[in-house]
Design a protein around this ligand. Structure first.
Ligand code: GCB
Length: 828
């Protein structure tokens, strides 16, 4: 894996040299909120901490960046090239306004030539990430981190150079193939110099070893169009991402004015209800969606880290990547070219379109974004699906606007979709237009779904609604109703936290087991249906969504890998199933200790080959996988159990050690019990909390009810412990041997959880915790509880002398609620 990464980084750094560029990295920064100047390095965001803290919301306002740069030659042209600033940028050079840009996800150039002086120049960038009803995205399930969060360059050009527009050089390359697989390069471009009308243009085509394989020269005018045939090109595909470099040089006589270089790839594709064909071959598109942020960086992620993501995505066996929900850094497109990933790239028109006076400027900004998006990425061979809308009616369905507003919302959404579709077809005529919908018939009823060439459905059966197996029926029905409409599953997934494990996994338990059960079912239903073009899991990695409360606050945990990119078990399942040629077998890893009444344990093996499983010292058993999986039930012995996996050549593939003990105080001195859940939880001290129904010595009295809420619990990272509780308890009794025990009681106050926009069909939890008694009697000790704040934890630790077990009760027949109890025998 590292080998590929080194190789792609190598390719980037030595092959492509544009004009003279200097990265501007060091800036003085202050904001409206914090006026103290500090030195920062771009990529930078000011929301790195507050998007993850316990206070709801994150700061959205204006930040100011200043840097100095020396310019000595005033006969040249100078641009600032910003790869991404969220979301409005105003640029001043030597205190004079030089340019501005709206929209946080596309690059832009600012021509600063008129404002520079010889010597030191001061560049100031005012950045605003405040909500603005006129700029997409208005609303979405991710954090809108503010700042200059991608790289910035000072670019020096000769006065006559390839023209710049929409944040890119105005050069469009189509590498086309005819029916006999012969190549044609069609290149359109433009040179910026109104005084001179004729130039010499030299086109060179270089192969992957940097050797010139074709050359031509032509006299052209400022706006040029050239075409060149190329025999027997090596084709670009996910299996063989053969690249060439187009080099364009523009001369005035002998004087080289400007050079443009770009990787290109010859490929031909088509899409229909028979699926996707690349270079004449059908391929099922299977891959992931990707958000750009990463733990510890927010959205200001170094390029090397972004490339590591793409390598991991490819290494999993993906051939497809949806850059949801916005254009990403240009290095991402380059990496997709060299790794062989087919991209769906889109602009962030998400969840809703405004009505009233905001619509016209919103539409203008959306058009601008799509123009920039296409201009900046057109020449990449990986850039194939071009999108412009995600779940545009979800807010309307959720917010239930008035009968007067509803038709306006629909009309504006249709108008925008038609406008962006037309623009995309004109600007990217050799590409596939696409739009993503949420699972609601409103898209069919309004006919918005008839607009793009391909429809993407974001379908969360088995999570927000229905069961995993409902997917197939939905797809068959859509195909029956719209037999000519190609469709793709643009999102599917469930939240999973690697600290949570459940042998009877169910929706919204955030266990890895549920995620593991869900994905193979989806895969099977999609691969069984040839008319489905493909599928992209939501999401490659966990990502930040400030308002969200999953088992980790502020993080959407539907990733196949964690926020820090360590793989969850499901990543390896995909790898096994998508890369059958690379034989791999490994154990599903849950908790390293099985604390249960039941010695029976189902062992899950991820494998794309027949294997031999050895349990302890027993004779190895031969097992065959189905759909990349093997489940095997074993009876554990008390203490340590070892498992070995061997391939048919008896080579060791993986091993696992699993300790087993019964949660019985006659055998253990320590137990941690998590109430209100059936999941096991591993906390930040490596303590395993077991569900109450596993304990043998515990008796619960009362008309008890479980309650759950997946909302941020303040002052802890062990949210799952406090997100579930047992309520209405009269008395708890632990039958423990005589002795002194230290016990810790965990409390929090939960409430009826508001439904989120993505949870349309989810039942809200009725939580009634008003019955919390304010004091408890624990054996002979009276313990007073402080008034609980909503979603704030409270822990109480005390020492208890147990003569006849430990009893926790209330006075006067009151009842109480509790989240967890940790009991430790004091052996001193
Ligand atoms: C969706 C959205 C995506 C959300 C996802 C979820 O349908 O398109 O932005 O993050 O659901 O996890 O709820």
């Amino acid at each position: 894996m590292n080998k590929i990464l080194i190789c792609i980084i190598g390719v980037f750094s030595n092959a492509i040299a544009y004009a003279q560029e200097i990265e501007l990295k060091n800036w003085q920064f202050h904001s409206e909120k914090d006026t103290v100047e500090q030195l920062v390095e771009t990529p930078h965001t000011w929301n790195l901490l507050d998007a993850f803290d316990d206070t709801p919301g994150y700061w959205r306002g204006t930040g100011y960046y200043t840097t100095q740069t020396t310019i000595t030659n005033l006969t040249k042209s100078y641009y600032l090239h910003f790869n991404g600033v969220n979301q409005v940028a105003k640029i001043k050079v030597n205190n004079r306004e030089a340019g501005a840009h709206k929209g946080g996800y596309t690059a832009f150039d600012v021509d600063i030539t008129p404002y520079i002086i010889k010597g030191n120049n001061t560049i100031t960038v005012e950045v605003d990430n405040r909500h603005d009803e006129k700029i997409p995205p208005l609303d979405a399930d991710f954090t809108f981190f503010g700042g200059i969060y991608r790289t910035v360059y000072l670019v020096e050009e000769n006065t006559a150079h390839f023209k710049k527009n929409n944040g890119a050089d105005v050069i469009k390359i189509d590498a086309l193939l005819d029916d006999n697989w012969q190549g044609t390069l069609n290149i359109n471009g433009s040179v910026s110099n109104p005084e001179k009308t004729s130039y010499q243009l030299k086109l060179s085509l270089l192969n992957a070893s940097n050797e010139i394989v074709a050359e031509s020269e032509k006299t052209v005018t400022s706006n040029f169009k050239i075409s060149s045939e190329f025999k027997d090109p090596l084709l670009w595909s996910p299996d063989a991402p053969n690249l060439y470099i187009v080099e364009l040089e523009i001369f005035d006589g002998d004087k080289l004015l400007d050079t443009y270089r770009h990787y290109i790839g010859f490929r031909k594709f088509e899409v229909s209800t028979s699926g996707f064909k690349l270079n004449g071959q059908p391929i099922k598109l299977i891959g992931v969606n990707r958000h750009q942020d990463l733990e510890g960086f927010g959205n200001a992620v170094p390029i090397k880290k972004q490339l590591e993501d793409l390598v991991m995505i490819k290494d999993m066996g993906s051939n497809f990547l949806r850059l949801a929900h916005y254009p990403q850094d240009k290095s991402v497109y380059k990496a997709a070219d060299s790794l062989g990933l087919i991209l769906w790239s889109e602009i962030p028109v998400i969840n809703k379109v405004p009505i009233g006076a905001d619509y016209a400027p919103y539409k203008k900004n959306s058009i601008q974004m799509q123009e920039e998006h296409i201009a900046q990425n057109y020449n990449h061979p990986s850039f194939i699906f071009v999108g412009y809308m995600n779940e545009i009616f979800i807010r309307m369905v959720f917010d239930k606007p008035s009968e007067e507003e509803k038709p306006q919302i629909i009309a504006n959404s249709l108008d925008l979709a038609k406008t962006l579709e037309k623009l995309t077809r004109e600007e990217a005529p050799n590409h596939i237009t696409v739009m993503a919908l949420h699972g609601n018939q409103i898209y069919n009823d309004t006919k918005i779904a008839d607009i793009p060439m391909v429809i993407g459905w974001n379908l969360y059966y088995g999570w927000y609604e229905g069961q995993t197996d409902d997917l197939g029926g939905f797809l068959d029905n859509e195909f029956k109703k719209y037999p000519n409409r190609p469709l793709i599953i643009s999102e599917y997934g469930v939240g999973a936290d690697t600290r949570l494990h459940n042998s009877k996994p169910k929706k919204f338990d955030f266990s890895e087991e549920y995620q593991f059960k869900y994905h193979p079912g989806y895969y099977q239903q999609v691969t069984d249906r040839p008319f489905v073009v493909g599928m992209a899991a939501w999401n490659f990695a966990d990502f930040s969504s400030e308002f969200r409360g999953d088992a980790l606050p502020h993080i959407n945990q539907k990733g196949l890998v964690n926020y820090d990119r360590t793989p969850k078990n499901i990543y390896y399942w995909y790898k096994g199933i998508l890369k059958p040629e690379e034989k791999e077998s490994r154990f599903f890893r849950g908790l390293s200790t099985h604390i249960s009444n039941d010695s029976n344990k189902e062992i899950t093996i991820i494998s794309n080959q027949d294997i031999l499983l050895q349990v302890n010292k027993n004779k190895p058993i031969h097992l065959e996988p189905t759909n990349g999986l093997i489940s095997y039930s074993v009876n554990l012995k008390e203490g340590r159990n070892t498992f070995k996996l061997m391939n048919e050549k008896v080579e060791l593939q993986d091993s696992l050690s699993l300790k087993y003990y019964k949660p019985d105080f006659s055998k253990t001195d320590e137990l941690a019990i998590n109430f209100g859940t059936e999941s096991y939880f591993l906390d930040s001290n490596n303590q395993i909390w077991i569900p109450a129904n596993q304990t043998v010595n515990l008796k619960i009295f009362g008309d008890v009810v479980n309650q759950n809420s997946s909302t941020n619990i303040r002052n802890t990272i062990n949210d799952p412990l406090y997100q579930s509780s047992l309520t209405n308890i009269n008395k708890l009794h632990f039958d423990v041997p005589k002795g002194i025990y230290e016990i810790t009681l965990l409390f929090s106050k939960l409430k009826k959880e508001p439904k989120q926009v993505y949870e349309l069909n989810r039942k809200e939890n009725e939580i009634n915790q008003s019955d919390q008694s304010n004091s408890l009697i624990i054996n002979d000790n009276k313990v007073s509880l402080k008034e609980l704040d909503l979603f704030n934890k409270q822990d109480i630790t005390l020492s208890v002398n147990a003569e006849n077990g430990i009893t926790i009760e209330t006075i006067n027949n009151q009842v109480f609620s509790i989240c967890g109890i940790l009991i430790k025998k004091n052996n001193d």
